[in-house]
Design a protein around this ligand. Structure first.
Ligand code: IPE
Ligand code: IPE
Ligand code: MG
Length: 249
């Protein structure tokens, strides 16, 4: 019997899906657990989804928003806990990523992370470079506005050095200076936990992404729900400012 997974794969997967993984704290609070337990359960949800996407789905690009530039404003103990969890997660998973053909990229200010985590990230990115199955991008110490500001700074430097003519500044000139330079724009952005905002994620890249909001807290997010969201995505009509099918028939 053909399953929903088979049908979704046959119908043609989106090229790039990005997820704002939100709701770890509320998941824990609902169970009378500390927020740290929510983050640990959140890491398990990542593990589950990446394994499923890599082995069963054949999606090319998956991006996960793990830590924003604004998340530093949380209590130091929670920040430390998250940094330790990320460190442990990357260390533990890198072998599995290499075996599974998963190429890890990290977007955001890696140098602004604790030195040990920054080194772990650089090492994992280098060691998984040959992966050709799934491009897994983790947004870490990432802010959409900061990325645009950084790209503008680079453009300004090139202009001042005489390497770039003002007439050459177009969308591509900006896009190729963002952290996502070699990553296609997301087709679908999912946010868990019921919040309906972007929280400084992919401000430039989201121009024509379809947005999906689910009330599920991130630790409760399953591959089955992911497949249902993909199924719903495939039924949407993307118009890009044109008239779509209505206009031609
Ligand atoms: C998402 O869960 C994880 C991070 C932003 C690091 P939260 O920690 O934001 O959980 P809630 O939103 O407080 O429930
Ligand atoms: C967005 O979640 C950032 C990540 C998922 C990493 P937040 O929990 O930080 O967002 P706000 O504060 O609710 O906007
Ligand atoms: Mg949150």
């Amino acid at each position: 019997m053909r399953t929903l997974v088979d049908r979704v794969v046959e119908a043609g997967l989106p090229g790039h899906v990005a997820i704002i993984m939100d709701g770890n704290g509320r998941w824990a609070a609902a169970r009378d657990l500390p927020r740290s337990a929510g983050h640990r359960a959140g890491a398990e949800a990542v593990e589950r989804l990446v394994r499923f996407v890599g082995r069963r789905l054949g999606l090319r690009y998956l991006t996960l928003f793990a830590f924003s530039t604004e998340n530093w404003t949380r209590p130091p103990a929670e920040v430390e806990d998250l940094m330790a969890l990320l460190q442990h997660f990357i260390d533990e998973k890198v072998g599995e990523f290499i075996d599974g053909g998963i190429r890890l990229r990290v977007i955001g200010d890696v140098e602004g992370l604790p030195a040990e985590l920054a080194a772990t990230v650089r090492d994992a990115v280098r060691r998984t470079e040959a992966g050709e199955k799934l491009n897994l991008t983790v947004a870490l110490n990432y802010g959409g506005r900061q990325d645009i500001v950084r790209a503008c700074g680079e453009i300004a430097k090139s202009l001042a050095a005489g390497d770039l003519d003002p007439s050459a500044i177009d969308e591509a000139a900006i896009a190729e200076r963002l952290h996502t330079a070699r990553i296609p724009d997301p087709d679908l952005i999912i946010r868990t936990s019921g919040e309906t905002r972007l929280s400084n994620f992919f401000l430039w890249q989201a121009a024509y992404a379809e947005l999906h909001f689910t009330k599920t807290y991130w630790p409760g997010f399953t591959p089955a729900e992911f497949v249902r969201i993909l199924d719903a995505f495939q039924k949407r009509e993307r118009r890009y400012g044109g008239l779509g099918m209505e206009g031609v028939v």
